[in-house]
Design a protein around this ligand. Structure first.
Ligand code: ATP
Length: 622
């Protein structure tokens, strides 16, 4: 039944496609392009003398094929690095060069020939230097073909390089690969398909080149020149053979380019046998210090901190600058961003690939086309034994043959973590490393990382949105807002006394509310609350109390009305009205009988020492 529905669905889908005006427009173009070729093939089949015996035909075909192949090779060798530079650089010079390399595409080929005569013609400096051999020779054909065909490769390769996520290059740098190695081992590999397509277009364009060739190198004849000569002297019948040859060569090449071997004939990647695992070596704790001043677009990051501990967490709202801070510490924003120290070493001038880092980027970047094992051992310092240990510990030893698209989000995140740790890094920078994991795996991994931090001295800077994760995996907290550190200190200090209402909210404290400071207390929504700590000057203020410090008691000081009671597993979350404000109380299940029913009035007690009051929320200025 399901199959019948699926078939009916697919018939409906193809029926819809047939009725679509877009499909008909496309079909008209296919007819326009196909009919002349079919007409030619019909005439060819019906002809007696097709011109295959004409003298000079095969020599012309050879000249065309050789010159097109040499042109393509020249264009690939020179054009791929040029395309890479054009894709990666954003300067006025890049823009000018980008236009320049596309000009031959816009210029009519005959005019390209004229332009070239000014460079390599017999009476130019280059022409006389080579005794006039640059024209009227196969070299001349190659020069003409290269000029008109080069833009095809450069444009295609440039767009292939531009589509590579720059984060992959950054990741490869943190794994110790220098710029040339990154070009070979990452960019070229990822852009290979676009480069191949560009090379194919270049060859085909070179093979079909006529206008520039006929001006620059009329002899030896190429296939197009030979065809025109035949057409002028003997009429159309003898042009059938060269046309058929060009058509056949192009069709075979295009078919080969799109051909994929059946799955059973394709080379399978060798099955990986994991080497014996060993525990990662102990590392020296390396507290990080930095004074960073970096501008990225409109955003200004300005932060100074010298950590006492080798376990730091950076908390902040989305867009606060956490990832940029991590990238500055890695050296990925360049050496001009300020001073960075790992332990006692000033690494400000040390290139990222020599910093011996482990880096887990936010989107858990993995290199396309590489298996989990190849990803884990891609770093130049990767230790296969430690890689095995990490893969095993992270529960992905059975997935080592899989490529990124064959892994789930959580599995990819674990591979990324294993790759960062397998190189025995001196510092690990983690950008929300557990965000795609389910709660049990997340807790398990966090506990594993915590154990390594303690036992092996693993130094980490963790970016996270989760205050619990920060408290578990760090001794020191930095809270970032709008590119500035708004509070820093030990986990206990920051959690115990959030410096601003904004920090309190980031720490997950639920009751951050407005108030008016009065004599010896605060007016919170019309209810006077007693406070034992320091109070700001009278006026508008913000205050907070943790939900677990709001306790139901029949003799409590403050009247409330219960609005909602939610059982969240570990405790009961109770929403109450305190004057005009809404307050949250977390009540242990054992004390559930103290809570009045929903809609009923009751009383709560709030410890004056548990109340924090701030003057009006300060704006972070630049
Ligand atoms: N390449 C860039 N060009 C321009 N602006 C950028 C660039 N990268 C980041 N920014 C800006 O810098 C600010 C900080 O970005 P960052 O990625 O550090 O935020 P974040 O705190 O990590 O946020 P999230 O938690 O959402 O990942 C943002 O406003 C962002 O738009």
């Amino acid at each position: 039944m399901t199959l019948v529905r699926a078939v009916a669905g697919s018939n409906r889908a193809s029926g819809t496609a047939r009725r679509s005006p877009l499909a008909w427009l496309g079909a008209l173009l296919v007819i326009y392009l196909g009919v002349p070729i079919v007409a030619f093939l019909l005439r060819l089949a019906g002809s007696h003398d097709r011109g295959f015996g004409e003298s000079g035909l095969w020599a012309a075909a050879r000249t065309s094929a050789v010159a097109a192949t040499v042109s393509m090779a020249i264009v690939v060798v020179l054009g791929v690095p040029l395309a890479h530079w054009l894709a990666r650089s954003r300067t006025p010079l890049t823009r000018v060069v980008g236009v320049l390399v596309q000009l031959p595409l816009a210029l009519p080929p005959v005019m390209s020939g004229i332009v070239l005569i000014y460079l390599v013609g017999p009476y130019t400096w280059l022409g006389s230097l080579t005794g006039g051999r640059l024209t009227e020779s196969t070299a001349g054909v190659v020069i003409a073909q290269t000029f008109v065909a080069a833009p095809f490769l450069v444009i295609s390769a440039r767009s292939a390089f531009e589509s590579i996520d720059p984060a992959l290059d950054d990741l490869a740098a943190t794994l110790g690969h220098r710029p040339l190695a990154r070009f070979w081992r990452v960019d070229l590999r990822v852009a290979a398909r676009g480069i191949r397509a560009g090379a194919l277009m270049t060859w085909l364009r070179a093979l079909g080149e006529y206008g520039a060739t006929v001006l620059l190198a009329y002899h030896p004849y190429t296939l197009p020149v030979f065809t025109y000569v035949q057409f002028s002297s003997s009429g159309i019948p003898t042009t059938q053979a060269p046309t058929a040859l060009a058509l056949g060569a192009a069709a075979i090449l295009l078919l080969m380019a799109g051909f994929r071997l059946p799955a059973r004939l394709r080379r399978r990647p060798a099955v990986v046998t994991l080497p014996p695992a060993h525990h990662p070596a102990e590392s020296q704790p390396e507290p990080v210090g930095f004074t960073v001043d970096a501008r990225v677009g409109e955003f200004h990051l300005q932060a100074t901190h010298h950590a006492d501990s080798h376990r730091i967490a950076v908390l902040g709202a989305s867009g606060a600058g956490k990832s940029l801070l991590l990238r500055s510490l890695a050296g990925l924003l360049g050496p001009g961003v300020g001073t960075v120290t790992y332990g006692d070493t000033d690494v400000s001038a040390v290139p990222v690939e020599r910093r011996r880092l482990g880096y887990v980027p936010q989107n858990h970047g993995l290199f396309p086309g590489r298996t989990a094992w190849q990803q884990t051992t891609f770093g130049i310092h990767a230790d296969p034994g430690a890689a095995s240990w990490w893969l095993d510990t992270l529960g992905i030893a059975g997935l080592v043959d899989r490529r990124p698209e064959q892994l789930s989000g959580g599995q990819r995140q674990r591979v990324s973590l294993a790759a960062a740790l397998a190189g025995q890094p001196r510092l690990v920078l983690l950008d929300e490393p557990f965000s795609a994991l389910d709660t049990p795996v997340r807790q398990e991994l966090a506990a594993e990382l915590r154990r390594l931090q303690r036992e092996s001295g693993l130094s980490t800077v963790l970016v996270t949105h989760d205050p619990q994760e920060a408290a578990l995996l760090a001794d020191e907290l930095l809270v970032l807002a709008d590119g500035r550190i708004v509070q820093s200190g030990s986990v206990a200090e920051v959690f115990g006394a959030p410096a601003t209402p904004q920090v309190a909210r980031l720490l997950g404290i639920a009751n951050v509310l407005p108030a008016q400071v009065t004599d010896g207390g605060i007016d919170a929504g019309g209810v006077n609350i007693t406070v034992s700590g320091a109070l700001p000057a009278a006026g508008e203020a913000m205050w907070c109390v943790r939900p677990e410090d709001v306790r139901f008691a029949t003799d409590g000081a403050y009247p409330v009305r219960v609005h909602d009671i939610a059982d969240v597993g570990s405790h009961l979350a109770v929403d109450v009205a305190l004057g005009s404000l809404r307050l949250r109380a977390n009540v242990a299940r054992a004390s559930a009988c103290d809570i009045p029913d929903v809609g009923r009035d009751g009383r709560v007690e709030i410890d004056p020492a548990a109340v924090t009051v701030w003057c009006q929320e300060p704006a972070v200025g630049h």
